[in-house]
Ligand binder design. Structure first.
Ligand code: NAD
Ligand code: G3P
Length: 329
């Protein structure tokens, strides 16, 4: 019996706990909010996110105590939005993850430090790269919760470990495959959120599907240029962990980033759009990190620059999309 700790109380953590616990793993589940934990213990569902999912409390142990949650776990899945990872882990000793395999389900970067989650865990908590995995692929939590067919890619330098984790996830509606381009898929997952934001902004400004299709195809070239400059490797970006994840975020009704961008395009301020959403759009934070990293790389990244200018320099979305129009082919 595998013992798995899942950290985070949002939609993705909830969907992952469902999949893992229904596969009969023992899941200890850290949620920061005491009321949510009590509700889960009493009624067997998360009151805030995906509340239709019922948990078998024989296999799922919710708690607000992080150290207790980690104790005895072989696997630790981090599913807290990137902007809150440092705060969530702040009381842990630096050897808290010793001997455990860390799995990042986060699709974002540590703000200001501009680090991938795996880089942060390695630098701060000394978790070796070989003991880390990332969960990638087009996987909206809402659809996983509805048991709609989904595909996950588990990235790791340690393919044996990745395959073991795939096995914990596989079921009737989840297929999982290992891949060794862990940094590539982690960066791609960060950047697709920025592109989805741009798609939402354009939609909010009344641009149509024709324009969005051109935005998405141009964005693949932008992502490829960035990855080639940062970590050259022959990778097939048409794979589902890259293009697939971008497409689901750019087009789906469930996308947080597209929804957030749409509000910005319609004239909401960043604060009011964030206030309106009960969920976190990672792209808002990610664009600042990628923009900062690119100051060094100097890659041509028109979409990232446009989103950064809109969100952080308060330049009008209409002006920035107009500039993009002339750059696209
Ligand atoms: N939702 C998905 O479909 C999905 C799929 C794959 C990956 N992810 C990734 O999973 C990670 C978690 O996102 P999510 O979609 O589950 O979250 P969510 O948007 O559903 O919920 C927001 C989460 O943020 C937490 N939060 C909000 N304010 C906070 C604060 N001040 N301090 C600490 N925590 C706070 C909430 O408790 C909640 O857990 C993100 O990196 C996301 O990119 C999400
Ligand atoms: O589509 P979003 O913006 O909700 O992001 C969620 C996941 O990253 C989809 O794979």
């Amino acid at each position: 019996m595998e013992r798995i700790a899942v950290l985070g109380g949002g939609s993705w953590a909830t969907a992952l706990v469902k999949v893992l616990s229904e596969n009969k793993a023992d899941v200890s589940w850290w949620i920061r909010n005491q009321e949510d934990v009590q509700h889960l213990q009493q009624f067997g569902h998360n009151p805030r996110y995906l509340s239709g999912v019922r948990f078998d409390l024989n296999h799922v142990k919710p708690s607000t105590n992080l150290q207790e949650t980690l104790a005895g776990a072989d696997w630790v899945i981090l599913a807290v939005p990137a902007a809150f990872v440092q705060t969530a882990l702040k009381d842990l000793p630096l050897d808290a993850f010793k001997g455990k395999t860390l799995v990042s389900a986060v699709k974002g970067m540590i703000p200001r430090e501009n680090l991938l989650i795996t880089e942060y865990l390695e630098q701060k908590y000394h978790v070796p790269a070989e003991q880390q995995c990332v969960i990638a692929g087009p996987c909206h939590a809402e659809e996983v919760a509805l048991e709609k067919q989904s595909y996950l890619t588990i990235g790791s330098l340690n393919l044996e470990r990745a395959e073991q984790f795939c096995e914990l996830l596989r079921n009737r509606y989840v297929k999982a495959n290992p891949l060794d381009d862990i940094d590539g898929i982690e960066y791609c997952a960060v950047m697709k959120n920025i592109i989805a934001l741009a798609c939402g902004i354009a939609h909010g400004l009344n641009y149509g599907d024709n324009f969005q299709a051109v935005m998405v195809s141009n964005s693949m070239e932008e992502i490829e240029r960035f990855l080639d400059a940062l970590m050259p490797l022959h990778r097939d970006l048409t794979g589902s962990a890259y293009l697939g994840d971008l497409l689901v975020t750019a087009y789906s009704q469930f996308s947080r980033n597209r929804t957030f961008g749409n509000m910005i395009g319609r004239g909401y301020t960043v604060k009011s759009a964030q206030f309106e959403m009960n969920m976190v759009a990672e792209g808002y934070y990610a664009v600042q990190s990628i923009y900062e990293i690119n100051k060094r790389l100097q890659v041509d990244m028109p979409i990232t620059t446009a989103v950064y200018n809109i969100l952080y320099e308060k330049i009008s979305p209409a002006v920035e999309i107009e500039i993009l129009k002339d750059k696209f082919k």
